[in-house]
Design a protein around this ligand. Structure first.
Ligand code: FES
Ligand SMILES: [Fe+2]
Length: 388
């Protein structure tokens, strides 16, 4: 087993030891954290056009969304771009240290004012279409042939970029997709999970790669790929299952939840002195950030998977981002990250597409077993949030 040496993504030692103790027990007894029994869900509700419209409104447009890692916008002048529910977003760190989220649509005619991520030359956003520039808080800074727009002057708020509420309290960038969303809702979105997240070092994250997928499957089916390890032995026999045990531990935090599974070989820790245990959890910790984001962390990398409803119930848009923490290890991490990406693209996503086709072909119900407690928990949160 690869033993984590330095723990850049380490929560407190006590938390880590408690998780290790639980997972070691689960592996030793050949069990997993379970709910009280199986759950039956209506496929009609799951794929309903009306509920899909409600999901888009209530769970995505009216609920704060996680769009990235705070570590990518840690220093003045840094920025990231993201897309959520088709809305292009740019998040900036201004010279005064404040974080801003803006709709990435130029005030002149709507083109993008930033692409990708990085540090802005001159600390201004610049539209590539006609060259209008904006301060990092969204105010218009300059425009070529300025006199041709008089008397619409700089300072007229119609010339500013649209501001969105944003928070990075948890080490993740959380944005409200509607400008009128109260800041307190965005600040408090991950409140219950915040103590767990703040120890993960997410504010030191650096991007390895990002991907966008349009998937012919309902967003819930894509999300649910990341809520259980029951599928490891069958679907990931040659990939994930060669590295990880499927025994898992699970916990709820408000509407959010977390489960964790260990690297093979972790059972050896049962006989070892706890003082010699690794400083980081020797496996993966998967956080479900309601409604559709998953944050998976290991001792050296983290991954964000954001699943959103597409235009129809049978479609979704999925964004993934892989980050790392230690520059010296960057090259060495690439093969493991590539293995995870391959499993996601060649095993998980095709399974989601199959399940969409299968359920839409007249299945009346789907099941979540007692050994899928996070799936069950999440389905209950989903139902409650949609029905309001
Ligand atoms: S659309 Fe941005 S400067 Fe014209
Ligand atoms: Fe999977």
């Amino acid at each position: 087993m690869a033993q984590p040496v330095s723990p850049p993504t380490d929560p407190t030692r006590e938390r880590t030891d408690a998780l290790i103790r639980r997972i070691v027990d689960r592996i030793a007894s050949g069990t997993t954290d379970e709910s009280l029994g199986p759950m039956v869900e209506s496929v009609a509700d799951f794929l309903s056009v009306e509920r899909h419209a409600k999901e888009r409104e209530r769970l995505f447009l009216d609920m704060p969304q996680v769009v990235g890692f705070a570590g990518e916008v840690a220093r003045p002048g840094q920025f990231i771009t993201a897309e959520a529910m088709g809305i292009p977003i740019v998040v900036t760190r201004a010279p005064d240290g404040r974080l801003h989220a803006l709709v990435n649509a130029c005030a002149h005619r709507g083109a993008r004012v930033a692409q990708g991520h990085g540090t802005l030359a001159g600390r201004r956003l610049r539209c590539g279409f006609h060259g209008w520039t904006f301060e990092l808080d969204g105010r218009l800074a300059s425009r070529p042939s300025d006199r041709c727009f008089e008397p619409i002057a700089a300072g007229d708020t119609r010339c500013d970029l649209t501001r969105l509420p944003v928070s990075d309290r948890s080490g993740l960038v959380v944005v409200g997709l509607r400008p009128e969303m109260p800041q307190a809702r965005v600040d408090g979105h991950l409140a219950e999970l915040e103590p767990e997240l703040t120890g993960l070092g997410l504010e030191q994250a650096k991007t390895l790669d990002v991907q966008r997928y349009e998937v012919a499957a309902n967003w819930k089916l894509v999300s649910m790929l990341s809520y259980e390890s029951y599928h490891f032995a069958a679907l990931h026999r040659e990939t994930v299952a060669t590295m990880f045990e499927s025994h898992a531990i699970a916990d709820a935090f408000g509407r959010h939840s977390r489960w964790a599974f260990a690297l093979k070989g972790t059972d050896a820790l049962a006989k070892a002195d706890p003082a010699s245990w690794p400083a980081s959890f020797p496996g993966a910790i998967s956080h479900q950030l309601f409604p559709g984001t998953v944050l998976i962390t290991t001792w050296e990398v983290a991954q964000l998977i954001r699943s959103e409803p597409g235009p129809t119930p049978g479609t979704s848009v999925v964004h993934t981002a892989n980050v790392y923490f230690d520059e010296a290890k960057r090259e060495a991490l690439i093969p493991n990250v590539a293995l995870g990406t391959r499993a996601f693209e060649e095993e998980d996503l095709p399974a989601a597409i199959q399940t969409q086709q299968g359920l839409a072909a007249g299945r009346k119900q789907l099941f979540a077993g007692a050994n899928e407690p996070i799936v069950q928990f999440w389905l209950r949160q989903w139902r409650e949030a949609v029905d309001g």
